[in-house]
Design a protein around this ligand. Structure first.
Ligand SMILES: [Zn+2]
Ligand SMILES: [Zn+2]
Length: 97
C-alpha cells in the first residue's frame, strides 16, 4: 500500500535545498558586487598613495606637465590642469613614479 505523500517530503526537501543553494549563491554574488562597488567608490574618493623610489615616502601623484593633481589611470593619468595625458610624478621630489 503506497503511503500518501511518501515521496513528497523528499521532493520538498530537495527543492528547498536547491532554493537554499540558489539563495546562498545569490547572496554571495550580491556581497561581491557590493564589495567591488565599495572598492571602486573608495578608490575614486581618496587619492592613491604611491611609494616613491627616490624620496622613499608614500606620496600622492601629480602630473609631470603642470605638477597638478591627476585623475589616475593605469600607469598614466590625466592632468586636471590641462586635461591632457601625462605621466605621474612624485608630489615631493617630482621624479617619475
Ligand atoms: Zn619622491
Ligand atoms: Zn598639465
Amino acid at each position: 500500500m503506497p503511503v500518501p505523500g511518501g515521496a513528497l517530503p523528499f521532493q520538498v526537501e530537495g527543492s528547498l535545498q536547491c532554493w537554499m543553494v540558489g539563495l546562498i549563491i545569490g547572496a554571495l554574488v550580491l556581497v561581491l558586487a557590493i564589495l567591488m562597488a565599495y572598492q571602486r567608490y573608495v578608490a575614486g574618493k581618496k587619492p592613491v598613495q604611491h611609494l616613491c623610489d627616490y624620496c622613499g615616502h608614500m606620496v600622492t601623484a601629480v602630473s609631470d606637465c603642470h605638477h597638478a593633481p591627476v585623475r589616475e589611470r593605469f600607469l598614466h593619468g590625466t592632468c586636471l590642469e590641462c586635461k591632457k595625458d601625462c605621466r605621474l610624478v612624485c608630489a615631493r621630489c617630482k621624479n617619475p613614479l
